[in-house]
Design a protein around this ligand. Structure first.
Ligand code: NDP
Ligand code: BG6
Length: 513
């Protein structure tokens, strides 16, 4: 059974407009948009989805007629939901006078319906409630699946059969994980496509909604100076680094079934890599961009075990404080081999990137929290100033760093003359520090992505062939790790991660930044 919804797409240029103009879109006043958060009682809904929706409302980015419905099994009233989400709402610009008034207005448009994910009747009841709010207007419905993945198909089936829009669009945002490997991902896609068309499915990878990740293609394709250098001719290696200074506390049950390679590398870091390395798309149209991403992913070599290092954090005492090890979590089996850290070296087999190592590193419970892209350039041939630098600096090459978080920045490390009568050089940085340059606060990734889904803009969502290409790279490695029961190298909580990561980088003549 296929639910057929006619998609109304916004022109690509729409994303360049300011939010306040949304209300001026053709048909805006005759239509209503309902966002249904499935799994509304959960952690992600409270932490990210409702606050992002409030921020959009606050910035006047939501359509004029909108309603938000929470759906989950927990027995709650509208008032209970408002009370729970009210606790996590914050006003972006504190100086604004009308913040609490805005919160009240927002909460007044939030409702809740308790039901089972596998019950058509419960979704049919939801549908009746939604209709009352839509009062005869064209109804657009956006379902956000924020539940564990084994519920996705049931929820989509019932939403599609019993609660989809009769006269507007129905779209579904699907949270990760999209499967555990190629087969389970293909099965999930097949299951979703029984009830939805690909255009209705918005697979979210929230890293694509981060400001500096979005800026990657602006940096590359709207500046003359980077693109000519963007190849094996000038770039020695590229590093994609993700680290968190906390463990899997509270999410151990989920995490143990997935591990860091599936949780971060196969999606967040690989998506950044694809945007970094793809060829220029024909246009900014979502399909053109995604075509290029798929192409570069398909050009990549499958990951080999010898190009991967895995680790797991262990208990550590520092300054009188004891930090728990991964297996100290009661929801994690004592003998778990699940990696909480991984480093890997990937290669793209095409003319632009042949031989350039793309090193990825992702870990939990490390010494800092950061997400960065580091681009190390080649040595200057016949460098005239060799010897003018300190011994170590003799090797200094240019490095471009795109700091995705925290404290967003783009900086370029250069060699520079130290002012004075002598000729001595040092390493300096040309620094675009966002907090200093831009006064506007950076929106959360979920705000951008929710708004895009409402507007029908798919550029920042994952298409099914992209997903297949991503799993193709990692599935054989994941199978081998699991079949051979490869033990992760233990590293102390709060440390720098396994030393093996340094040997891996050294094998390719790379030093981690
Ligand atoms: P939760 O585990 O909090 O689940 C969300 C809701 O789903 C729960 O409140 C519960 O609602 C329902 N639920 C949970 N387990 C079951 C079950 N076994 N059977 C039926 N219903 C269940 O998940 P999160 O909110 O943390 O995450 C939601 C989705 O987003 C997941 O796919 C997750 O992987 C993904 N995600 C989460 C992130 C996070 O930071 N939390 C980050 C990135 C992605 P009720 O019992 O009321 O029905
Ligand atoms: C999620 C992972 O996708 O991203 C989490 O499941 C991780 O394990 C989170 O903590 C990191 O997101 P952010 O935006 O806080 O860097």
């Amino acid at each position: 059974e296929v639910s057929l919804e006619i998609e109304s797409t916004v022109p690509p240029s729409a994303r360049f407009r300011e939010c306040q103009d949304v209300a001026g879109l053709p048909g805006e006043s005759e239509s209503t948009t309902t966002i249904i958060v499935v799994g509304a009682s959960g952690d992600l809904a409270k932490k990210k989805i409702f606050p992002a929706l409030f921020a959009l409302f606050y910035e006047e980015c939501l359509p004029k007629h909108f309603t938000i419905f929470g759906f989950a099994r927990s027995k709650m009233t509208d008032a209970d939901l408002r009370c729970i989400i009210g606790r996590t709402l914050t006003c972006r610009i504190d100086k604004r006078q009308n913040c609490s008034e805005k919160m009240e207005q927002f909460l007044g448009r939030c409702f809740y319906h308790a039901g089972q994910y596998n019950s058509e009747d419960d979704f049919a009841e939801l549908h009746e409630k939604l209709k009352k709010h839509e009062v005869g207007r064209i109804s657009n419905r956006l379902f956000y699946l924020s539940t564990p993945p084994d519920i996705f198909i049931d929820a989509v089936k019932n939403a599609s059969n019993s609660a989809s829009s009769a006269n507007g669009w129905t779209r579904v945002i699907v949270e990760k994980p999209f499967g555990r490997d190629s087969d389970s991902s293909a099965a999930l896609t097949k299951g979703l496509k029984q009830y939805l068309k690909e255009e209705q499915i918005f697979r979210i990878d929230h890293y694509l909604g981060k400001e500096l990740v979005e800026n990657l293609s602006v940096l590359r394709f709207s500046n003359l100076i980077f693109e000519p250098l963007w190849s094996r001719q000038y770039i020695r290696n590229v590093q994609l680094i993700f680290s968190e200074d906390f463990g899997t506390e509270g999410r151990g049950g989920y995490f143990d079934n997935y591990g860091i390679i599936r949780d971060i590398m196969q999606n967040h870091l690989l998506q950044i890599l694809a945007l970094f390395a793809m060829e220029a798309p024909v246009s900014l149209d979502a399909e053109h961009i995604r075509n290029e991403k798929v192409k570069v992913l398909r050009s990549m070599k499958l990951l080999k075990l010898e190009d991967v290092v895995i680790g797991q954090y262990k208990r550590h005492t520092r300054g009188g404080m004891t930090y728990p090890g991964y297996t100290d979590d009661k929801t994690v089996p004592k003998n778990s081999l699940t990696p909480t850290f991984a480093a890997a070296c990937l290669f793209i087999d095409n003319a632009r990137w042949d031989g350039v190592p793309f090193l990825m590193k992702a870990g939990k419970a490390l010494c800092n929290r950061r997400a960065e892209i580091r681009v190390q350039f080649r040595h200057v041939p016949g460098n005239l100033y060799k010897g003018s630098l300190g011994t170590d600096l003799d090797l200094a090459t240019n490095e471009l760093v795109i700091r995705v978080q925290p404290d967003e920045a783009i900086y370029l490390k250069i060699n520079n003359k130290i002012p004075g009568l002598g000729m001595r050089l040092d390493r300096s940085t040309l620094n675009l520090h966002y907090a200093a340059r831009y006064s506007k606060e950076i929106p959360d990734a979920y705000e951008r992505l929710l708004l895009d889904a409402i507007e029908g803009e798919r550029r920042l969502f994952i298409r099914s062939d992209e997903l297949d290409a991503a799993w193709r790279l990692f599935t054989p490695l994941l199978k081998e790790l699991e079949e051979k029961k490869i033990a992760p190298e233990l590293y102390p909580y709060g440390g720098r991660g396994p030393v093996g990561a340094h040997y891996l980088a050294a094998k390719y003549n790379v030093r981690w930044g």
